[in-house]
Design a binder for this molecule. Structure first.
Ligand code: PLP
Length: 458
């Protein structure tokens, strides 16, 4: 492909994306294709000869779009948001263009140093503890970040201790990635104890203390607590300061999963809710790819002390040896996560922070938090519904008072219109509708439109 041919195709691709983002609001949010429908449109065999770009691009509309659920629609309220933005897309494009592997400082110093620096900016922007400075790393996902914390915590334990005696703790509302991480770390699922939560779905520190005490009596070895700030089902916020206090007594690693909620700390007024106790944690992660305008994938992991992480994950073959690494004065991020190779993800985050500035980021979060409070107030004022959890940030959970069948029917009816998309969970053994507000282009008007729909179809 010549530079000119690339330029033409890439310009056309950018136009296509810009047009898509302009019209995404008018498309039915949820793809309704049947299983196998997309594959049925593809030829059975790969092309023998290269095809013209016109044919390739035509298939975006013919093959791809019908099979896309429009996560970038401002009417997407399912799961948690997967923010994208023009600034981030441009960063990703340039990262692809540079095509560097940033596994070692020496394989592209800019890839490492911009990452370290931008993550230090985030310490300031999110009001995080000073010990996180210089100790941040971009991972692909919160699942990977939590896995790394589990590995570091596991390997910090005296190697003479049989691993079958190790015990980890998290609340029964924690994300499934915690259990998956435990299994990937070679531990059995029963080595993770699920701790009870209070009426607002936050971990009970007394129950944690009791579980640890019980395990110690049985000669087991507590090594890790994973607290969640912003649980997936309800947005609950575990009391991190109290968790740290319990953990400290037993030399247990504390990891905080703030995958969704962490972004909200750009708003100083929200920090007492989000950051209390972080001074005492060993690691903390959040996903800018959820709610901070940065395209998937981009998770940020901070550790208070990098040595445990590095000693758990560093393997040094001869072919990676180099003078800069041996000088001890550079960061080699290959030692901070599972894969060796790594993309220049810091570019898109850097572009986002520079394009929006702190003021723009705060406005993005505040708009959604205010819209969620408005939606929660509508639910509270409507006798047909119960609100099932506090609307701490931008997630509202509610159920139909007529029971699970009515809630399920309502969710199905809303999604069938194509005008909005919602997902569900179970809380207090009820079928609960989740309204996750946070799309890049979701404004109050979209939330009001959703409420009209819910109210009409209930
Ligand atoms: N933790 C929490 C609290 C989540 O809500 C999610 C996803 O929604 C995850 C972890 C997993 O995120 P990722 O897809 O970045 O692994």
């Amino acid at each position: 492909m010549s530079a000119d041919e690339f330029r033409r195709a890439a310009h056309e691709a950018v136009d296509w994306v810009a047009d898509y983002l302009e019209r995404v609001e008018s498309l039915p949010v949820l793809s309704t294709v049947e299983p196998g429908a997309v594959r049925a449109l593809l030829p059975a065999h790969p092309p023998e000869n290269g095809e013209p770009w016109a044919a390739i691009f035509a298939d975006l509309d013919r093959v791809v779009l019908p099979g896309v659920t429009h996560w970038q629609s401002p009417n997407f309220f399912g799961y948690f948001p997967a923010n994208s933005s023009g600034a981030s897309i441009v960063g990703d494009l340039i990262s692809s263009g540079l095509g560097v592997q940033g596994m070692l400082w020496s394989t592209s110093p800019a890839c490492t140093e911009i990452e370290t620096h931008v993550l230090d900016w985030l310490v300031e922007l999110l009001g995080l503890p000073e010990q996180f400075r210089g100790n941040g790393v971009i991972q692909d996902s919160a699942s990977s970040a939590t896995l790394c914390a589990i590995l570091a915590a596991r390997d910090r334990v005296n190697p003479a201790i049989d691993r079958s005696r190790l015990r980890a703790y998290t609340s029964n509302q924690a994300h499934s990635s915690v259990e998956k991480g435990i299994r990937v770390a070679g531990l059995r699922p029963e080595q993770l104890r699920l701790v009870d939560v209070d009426d607002e779905f936050a971990l009970q520190p007394e129950a944690l203390a009791a579980a640890i005490a019980d395990d110690l009596v049985h000669d087991l070895v507590p090594f890790l607590v994973v607290a969640t700030v912003g649980t997936t089902s309800s947005g609950a916020i575990d009391p991190v300061a109290a968790v740290v206090e319990v953990a400290r007594r037993n030399d247990v690693w504390v990891h905080v999963d703030a995958a969704y909620a962490g972004s909200a700390a750009v708003v100083p007024e929200l920090r007492p809710l989000l950051n209390d106790g972080l001074d005492g944690v060993d690691s903390w992660c959040f996903d800018p790819h959820k709610w901070l305008l940065t395209n998937f994938d981009c998770d940020v992991l901070y550790v208070a002390d990098r040595s445990a992480l590095i000693s758990s994950l560093s393997v040094l073959p001869e072919y990676l040896r180099n003078a800069a690494s041996e000088s001890g004065s550079v960061i080699d991020y290959r030692d901070w996560h599972v894969p060796l190779g790594r993309r220049f993800r810091a570019l898109k985050l850097w572009f986002v922070l520079r394009h929006y500035g702190a003021v723009g980021l705060r406005a993005h979060i505040t708009r959604h938090v205010e819209s969620a409070a408005w939606f929660a107030a509508q639910v509270d004022a409507d006798a047909r519904f119960d609100r099932v959890a506090p609307a701490n940030l931008s997630l509202v959970c509610f159920a139909h008072r007529d029971g699970d069948a009515a809630s399920e029917q309502l969710l199905r009816a809303v999604n069938a219109t194509g005008e909005a998309f919602l997902t569900h969970t179970r809380l207090h053994d009820r079928y609960v509708i989740r309204v996750a507000i946070g799309g890049t282009n979701t404004e109050r008007a979209h939330v009001e439109g959703l409420w009209s729909l819910v109210s009409r179809l209930a």
